[in-house]
Every structure is written in C-alpha cells, then in structure tokens.
Design a protein around this ligand. Structure first.
Ligand code: NAD
Length: 390
C-alpha cells in the first residue's frame, strides 16, 4: 500500500492549523499541538554523503526513515544499524516492493541518479536527488514533467540558495547596493575524492560535483545565463581509488566556465580536482572569498564556501571599507536539503530551491562540455524563476 494518504496537503495543513488556533482562542486550552506529519522516507545510496544526510534526517520531526538501499548490501546494513532503520535492501526493485514509503532520497553515484529518479517517480514517490538530477537536460525535463503529471515533487541538490548569506547577497543586489553589476568570480576545488571512481568517469567530473554549487549561487544571484564558453581539461589522467586501484580519468578534472547573464553581466567560475586546498571538506576552515561580485558602486565577497558560508563582506561608495555581515548560519547547513523537502511535503512550506533551477545548472554543465568540444560559445535554452528572494 502506498501511504500517500498520510500526507497533509497545504490546504489540509492550513485548515488543521486554523482549527487549532481557533480552539486556543476560544479558551479550549486542553488542545494539544498535533504531532507533525512524518514523511515515510527511503534512502538509496549508503556511501559517504549518507553519513551527512542521515543525522539530519534522524533529527527532523517531519521524517521517518523506514528503509535504506545500496547495491553494496553491507553498507545499507551498516547504516540501518547505525541509524536504527528497520528495513534495508540490496536493490531498488526490492526496496520499492518492500516497506511502503512516500519519499525517495537518492544519494547514489552521479551517473545513477537519472534512472533511479525515474523509477522512484514511476512508483509514485516524491524524489530528492543529489546532483545532478539527470544526465541530460531533456531527460531531466522529462522527469519533471512526469513528476507534475503524477502530482509528485522532485528536487535536486545543492541548496546554496537557502543560506542566510545568499539571502543577504540577493537582497543587496535587488536593492542596487553594487550599482550597475558588471562581473563575478567563483571557485571551488580540492585534490579530489579517492573513495569512488565515478567522480572521474564519463558523466562525472569536477563540474557536476563541485562547480555545481558555484553555478547555482551565481545564477541564483545574477539570473539565468544566456550562453556559455568553457575550457575543460584533464590534469591527472590516472588516479588511485581505494579498494579499486588505478583508474583512467575520462571526464574533466579542471574547468573554467564563462557565463553571460544578459544586460552586460558576465561571470567566471572555475573548479577542479587538482587544487591544493588545506581545508579539504572542512567548510569552517575556508575563510577567503570564494564568490565575489563587483559593480559600479560596490563589491561583495562571500566568506567561505557557498555550501557552508561564514559571512558576506560588502564595500560601497558610501561605506568603502569592507564590512562583514551575516556571520550567523541561522540553522542552515548544506546537508539539510532532503529534510527541508520533507518539511515541505508535510507542511506546505515551500523551498527556494526549485527543480527548474537545478535543470538550468545541469544545462550549463552539459553545455560547457559542448563548448569545450566545439571551441565555441553555446546558447542555453532553459531558465528558472528569478530573482530568488526569501
Ligand atoms: N561525499 C560527499 O561529501 C558529498 C557531498 C555532497 C554531495 N555528494 C554527492 O552525493 C552523491 C554520492 O556521493 P558519495 O560521496 O556518497 O559517493 P559514494 O561512492 O561514497 O556512495 C554512493 C553509494 O551509492 C551506491 N550505489 C551506486 N549505484 C547504486 C544503485 N543503482 N542502487 C543502489 N545503490 C547504489 C554505491 O554502492 C555507494 O555506496 C554524489 O552525487 C555526490 O556528488 C557527496
């Protein structure tokens, strides 16, 4: 049995909330706050990133993780023990035929997302996918059409637009604090993961793994891009992967992308798996500006990574000395995306993250590969609702 019937839609939620409010107002103080709806959730992919997602999901009042799945069954078993999840499976078919759930969280290899997301939607599940949602724009758009037809929700990581630092920057831009915006730069890199080969295989690369954060932030701040020029390369043709040995690198590990956002605004973003980075995955360690935006009347720099931002430095004609703002994360962290999506399913509270934006970012990555091949600037076709103001 599919347990979608347990989901509160937004209207029912509002009605419940209003009724509870009315009861309190009329003096019926014995009304107890209803326990939040918990979305029955299945997580597929029990590797590295599941260790960041599952603690968030375990403490989220809107989530009940009922099943786990991994084609390496010992990983699913181990996570099930660690996070007290009752059911675990070695294959998506067994998972979908097993314990009923409503929400599929896909944390598998980048190249696996598309077909697992498709299978999840076909089985009537809402889907949260790690990046990328699909391997091509057309396939991603088809997934979104399927979701809409079936009245299901589909979301994709990352969630950089949900941070308070992003909100500050988006507001500053909307208010014209930088004058006429001209240019932006963003970068993210480290020495590359050593635990899985998919990062270096066709369909992987530093763009969908790392640049995806910066592209999401830059297009979120400056608007959808119109066209792309890119140079991509492979710096390290072979890598050693734990448990697998030496592999050939067949997707870029070094990327430079130029984006034209229209109205004269140009941004540049770079990523790579050959970047000396003393902070590695420690978000709190990175203190420099990883995104900077300049206009005729001001400069703005994001302190730290956009997925774990530490503040925003702003200087303007009126206040030419850099001043630091929004040093408080206000509860935001990068690994909470699926928990926020579950909250959306349970309460109707919408996210700033949209699948249209994720698909635009995917198109930029795919188009950057076309630009590298052809040596030409290539137009984009997709867009998303902008500006993103919380
Ligand atoms: N590791 C991180 O810190 C991190 C952070 C943010 C995002 N991500 C993203 O998360 C995703 C996973 O990355 P990871 O580092 O956890 O990789 P990983 O290799 O550690 O884990 C992936 C897991 O998925 C399983 N898997 C692969 N295909 C499957 C299938 N068809 N059915 C069931 N299970 C399958 C693998 O056996 C593996 O256990 C990627 O999209 C990555 O870009 C990772």
């Amino acid at each position: 049995m599919n347990s979608s019937a347990h989901l509160l839609n937004r209207r029912e939620f509002t009605k419940t909330t209003l009724l509870a409010g009315a009861a309190v107002a009329s003096g019926v103080l014995s009304v107890r706050a209803a326990a939040p709806t918990r979305i029955r959730t299945g997580v597929i992919g029990c590797g590295s990133v599941s260790g960041s997602y599952l603690p968030e999901l375990s403490k989220c009042p809107y989530v009940e993780v009922v099943s786990l799945c991994d084609i390496r069954p010992e990983r699913a078993r181990q996570r099930a023990t660690e996070f007290k999840v009752a059911h675990h499976y070695p294959h998506i078919d067994a998972m979908l035929a097993g314990e009923p759930f409503d929400f599929l969280i896909n944390l598998t290899d980048m190249q696996e997302h598309e077909h697992l997301n498709r299978q999840g939607l076909a089985a009537g599940k809402h889907v949260w996918s790690e990046k990328p949602i699909a391997n091509s724009l057309a396939a991603g758009q088809k997934l979104l059409r399927t979701a809409r037809e079936k009245k299901l929700r589909l979301w994709g990581a990352p969630i950089t637009v949900q941070s308070p630092q992003f909100a500050f920057m988006a507001r500053a831009l909307a208010q014209g604090a930088l004058g006429r915006v001209a240019a932006a730069h963003a970068d993210y890199g480290h020495e590359g993961p050593n635990w899985s080969s998919f990062f270096y295989e066709t369909g992987g690369g530093s763009m969908p793994d790392l640049m995806v954060y910066n592209i999401t932030s830059l297009t979120g701040l400056l608007g959808p891009a119109k066209n792309v020029s890119a140079m991509l390369s492979i710096v390290t043709p072979e890598r050693d992967i734990t448990g697998k040995g030496r592999i050939k690198v067949t997707e870029e590990d070094n990327a430079m992308v130029l984006l034209d956002h229209g109205k004269g605004v140009i941004s540049h973003v770079q990523s790579g798996f050959n970047y000396f980075n003393p902070h590695g995955h420690d978000g709190s360690g990175e203190q420099r500006h990883t995104i900077s935006i300049v206009g005729s009347a001001g400069f703005m720099g994001l302190v730290g990574y956009d997925w774990a931002p530490l503040g925003v430095d702003l200087a303007t004609h009126q206040q030419p000395k850099l001043e630091r703002h929004v040093t408080d994360a206000k509860g935001y962290n990068w690994q909470q995306g699926a928990a926020l999506a579950a909250e959306c399913l349970a309460t109707g509270r919408e996210l700033l993250v949209t699948p249209e934006h994720a698909l635009h970012v995917l198109e930029i990555i795919i188009t950057a590969r076309k630009s590298q091949k052809s040596g030409k600037r290539v137009n984009l076709t997709s867009t998303f609702r902008w500006p993103i103001l919380g």
